[in-house]
Design a protein around this ligand. Sequence first.
Ligand SMILES: Nc1ncnc2c1ncn2[C@@H]1O[C@H](COP(=O)(O)OP(=O)(O)O)[C@@H](O)[C@H]1O
Ligand SMILES: [Mg+2]
Length: 123
Amino acid sequence: MIERRHRQSIEGALERQAGVVLLDPRQAGKTTLAQEIAETRDAVYLDMERSADRRILEEPDLYLDEQMGRLVVIDQVQLMPDLFKALRGQIDRRRRKGFRNGQFLLLGSAADTLLHQSAESLA
Ligand SMILES: Nc1ncnc2c1ncn2[C@@H]1O[C@H](COP(=O)(O)OP(=O)(O)O)[C@@H](O)[C@H]1O
Ligand SMILES: [Mg+2]
């Protein structure tokens, strides 16, 4: 179970960096926590288990350019690993527009090495 202090450390990380990735294979409370955080700010929540949300991100830049400056939460990101490439570009674009922190909160539920590498590549 993700404790309340984890919420503080995640919100702290969002204040310092553009993207935060939470990877945990268990039912640890990631979705609950991310939705709580999303409620406190201008944010959108997309779940890659929902086909409607997957379709939205089939053309990631088209949608994400419209969300410029807003926190974008992407749940179950392991279902769309190709997204990481687009997200790197988005983070660069947003930085150039002056949005440096708190842009993406990604949640993944796989203990998959490739996913960990993709997440690292966002740093
Ligand atoms: N802080 C918490 N305390 C008690 N139960 C929680 C807490 N956060 C989440 N839960 C419950 O634990 C289960 C898993 O939470 P969820 O947010 O779906 O986890 P994950 O997204 O990591 O799989 C859900 O039934 C949820 O209601
Ligand atoms: Mg979840």
